[in-house]
Design a protein around this ligand. Sequence first.
Ligand code: XMP
Length: 520
Amino acid sequence: TVLVVDNGAQYAQLIARRVREANVYSEVVPHSLSAEEILAREPAALILSGGPSSVYAEGAPSLDPALLEAGIPVLGLCYGFQAIAQALGGTVAETGAREYGSTRLEAIGSTSVLFAGQDVDQVVWMSHADSVTEAPAGFSVTARTPGAPVAAFESPEKKVYGVQWHPEVGHSERGQEVLRNFLHHGAGLKDTWTTSSVIEEQVALIKEQIGEHRAICGLSGGVDSAVAAALVQRAVGDQLTCVYVNHGLMRQDESEEIEKAFGASSGGARLIMVDAEDVFLTALAGVTDPEAKRKIIGEKFIRTFEKAQADIIEESRHDPQAKDVRFLVQGTLYPDVVESGGGEGTANIKSHHNVGGLPEDIEFELVEPLRALFKDEVRAVGSELGLPDEIVWRQPFPGPGLGIRIIGEVTRERLDLLRQADAIVRAELTAAGLDRHIWQCPVVLLADVRSVGVQGDGRTYGHPVVLRPVTSEDAMTADWAQLPYDLLSRISNRITNEVDGVNRVVLDVTSKPPGTIEWE
Ligand code: XMP
């Protein structure tokens, strides 16, 4: 494992992702760990991330020289680079000269491990205030920039390397090669982290964890739960029961796709499809307030899922052959783990024993086979496990589904109308090859708005639908996606011609903030 020591960087997770893209497993650890704790994890190499602007700042993460003397290959980036310089007797100066954004490197000397096979003269992305003005004794300086007299140094004997810029960000044109050079040549690591190795390892772990017992997995239609289920299915086959709640707020063909991937014909897990459309639509009748809708849908969802769960447990209680249902599969991803403090081990959650007639003594243990993975890795695993592209590459879809994309009361007719419009938009985006370029494109039905139109020589008085295409990294912020005009015009023509009751298509050109991605 390559440990990325997070010095409070915006980029620590990104560094770990890039290392994994170089086929070496990597995890993020906080800088608050002691050198002993870090070394106890026997890392194959360390990468010290960027962080606060100055090594002189009060409370700035300090670097224990023990980490540099343990014989483990170390790469310092930005702040990590300056911390190495300071720890080993180089000079870090508060020059006041800042460098932000693209900068060109200039070569010093001619041999370098980090720059092997490439021209040092390259564009890199900088973000620093202080600068290293003198490398520690025994280090060779290999590059400089106008604002950084020492922009990279290395000591292959000590196995310590550092660069002032951020090789992990896409704006550094050869950043990934620099990281690769460190991992492969500086640290002598081999390509071991591949999609098939991840699957093999996870399948073995799941087998060991679940043993002869049984597990339940709720499928939401999203990629995470689907891939988690597929992994567990690969490991323990029909010891897994998947539960899919159709709340009637799904997109077109969604239930069929789930059935196809996980149903009887998939030859693996048991799939229970709970048809709860009536329950949800009855509960939503007359409701227009967005928060009220969300509350009702969330509440009904939990109750429905718990009921299905209780049924499965009950059924196996009465069957002497059946193994107990002890595990609950969840699609937790690595970013969630890091954000919640990086805690290790599996949590035990107690099922709610006040509902659904669950026996009081039932406790689930969690199976979280995606805990170590980033979203792009999850998609790669899903593809390799044979899940169809429609599932692996689907856009994020909110739990409350189309219920929060109908502005106004949610009714069956309106859902059908929105499903048709949404299916057209998705089909056209796919045909244009844009699925992987946008984050998502909600289609919103303004059910309480009507406007006058003309179609086939007659007056119409129909509803508008809104297209909300956005680009985003993580949905926290987003920008409206600039879809090609010919695509927009095709979508508009098709919707107004094919969807009865919609006579206008409008485009939402608001970023987030101030708008959210969904309209409710
Ligand atoms: P907003 O509208 O808050 O959406 O900008 C951000 C992202 O989250 C999705 N979203 C949800 N996902 N349950 C979910 O699982 C929800 O209740 C929910 N609400 C919004 C939304 O689609 C977007 O990707």
